[in-house]
Design a protein around this ligand. Structure first.
Ligand SMILES: Cc1ncc(COP(=O)(O)O)c(C=O)c1O
Length: 379
């Protein structure tokens, strides 16, 4: 029996335990210690963003963005249905109605050509998700948002350090949300960050993240006591997690170059097989520099996708599907979603299969996956 090849293994790059022990010995294991500040500064510097605040998840960062935009009952947000539940739930929690937009058949990103017709006087935000870290068409989405006076919140869970037309993803919206969940390129187990690109929101973002208090200002010596000034919650991660993340961010080059190798090997080795059997590989437009977050196959049918998952499982290889359409979920339907509303999403959700992809995947294991896929008979 061959050893099992999992779908994901979180990267461990070297200094995580050393930094975690430093955080413990420094005697500051709560949030906003020296490692949190290091991570935030490094992300601000790398992205050129005015403010980055670590959070306990991307979900938290999205929820903070919804509070910061004063999302309230009656507001609408334009969201893809092909996404993780948090992209939408964060806004529904504040009482907003999600308006689902379909995705493009090539990049599987929000179809910018279908956005404007969904805008109404109640539209408060557009939430592009950069699927697999390939940028949405931010030029068009940005123009629509500017013309109609709507905010953009980027869900950039997959796309840290990706670029669209030479500019980092996460810097286009008023806010962007990052994820450091164990399935992401950079991880600390569970974690995230809110990128604040409009300085006017920085102070309120700090307050919302600190349970509605001005504690951050107090720690900077700007006020002599801190108190309850707004709504908020506890969104900041422990400095132990920030220490873990710090080690990962410092290994940016090694993580990204390793992931690039894996992604390119899949793409090169499966290209011919895919075109002979009408299987689609990921599309990355020339003006997008991706993060090499995931590798998927779009199979010709739902039946062949399920059969390939079983075929790989029989050979000790775990592969998974991605995103059931939110507009067809029980909650999505209660929010007004209905069948055929997003036909591309429905078809992609039935046919997409993600192959194992992780930082320390050996070439040997990857070739086992490639050979197993090629041995699959479509007819
Ligand atoms: C597009 C997208 N947004 C948000 C999230 C939620 O991230 P987190 O687990 O950090 O809250 C995920 C999780 O995988 C995701 O894929």
């Amino acid at each position: 029996m061959l050893p099992h090849i999992p779908f994901n293994k979180p990267a461990i790059v070297g200094r995580e335990l050393y930094y975690i022990s430093q955080a413990l010995h420094q005697g500051h294991s709560a949030g906003d210690g020296s490692f949190s500040r290091r991570c935030q500064r490094s992300l601000e510097h790398a992205l050129g963003a005015p403010k980055v605040l670590l959070t306990t998840s991307c979900t938290d960062a999205l929820e903070m963005a919804a509070v910061l935009l004063d999302i309230a009952p009656g507001d609408e947000v334009i969201v893809p249905s092909f996404t993780f539940v948090s992209t939408v739930n964060a806004f529904v929690l504040r009482g907003a109605t999600p308006v689902f937009v379909d995705i493009r058949p090539d990049t599987l990103n929000m179809d910018e050509r279908k956005v404007e017709r969904l805008v109404t006087a109640r539209t408060k935000a557009i939430v592009p998700v950069h699927y697999g870290g390939v940028g949405c068409e931010m030029e068009s989405i940005g123009q629509i948002a500017a013309r109609r006076g709507i905010a953009i919140v980027e869900d950039n869970a997959h796309g840290l350090f990706s670029q669209y037309r030479g500019r980092y993803l996460g810097t286009f919206g008023t806010f962007a949300a990052q994820s450091f969940h164990e399935t992401k390129n950079f991880t600390c187990g569970e974690g995230g960050a809110l990128v604040v690109n409009d300085e006017r929101y920085v102070q309120r973002a700090e307050i919302i993240r600190e349970k509605g208090t001005d504690r951050s200002r107090f720690f900077r010596g700007e006020v002599d006591k801190y108190t309850w000034v707004d709504i908020g919650s506890s969104h900041l991660p422990s400095d132990i997690l920030a220490a873990f993340l710090c080690a990962q961010l410092e290994a940016r080059e090694s993580i990204q170059s390793r992931r690039r190798e894996i992604w390119e090997r899949y793409y090169d080795d499966l290209g011919q097989w895919a075109s002979s059997f009408d299987v689609r590989l990921p599309v990355v437009p020339d003006h997008c520099e991706q993060s090499f977050h995931l590798f998927y196959l779009l199979m010709p049918s739902a039946e062949s996708r399920q059969r390939l998952i079983r075929h790989l499982k029989d050979r000790g290889i775990q592969s998974v599907f991605h995103y059931l359409p939110l507009h067809l979920s029980p909650m999505g339907q209660r929010c007004g979603g209905s069948r055929a509303q997003c036909p591309v999403t429905e078809s992609v959700s039935d046919t997409l299969l993600r192959l194992p992809f992780y930082y320390d995947m050996t070439e040997h294991d990857q070739m086992r996956v490639v050979e197993a896929v090629k041995a699959f008979r479509l007819q």
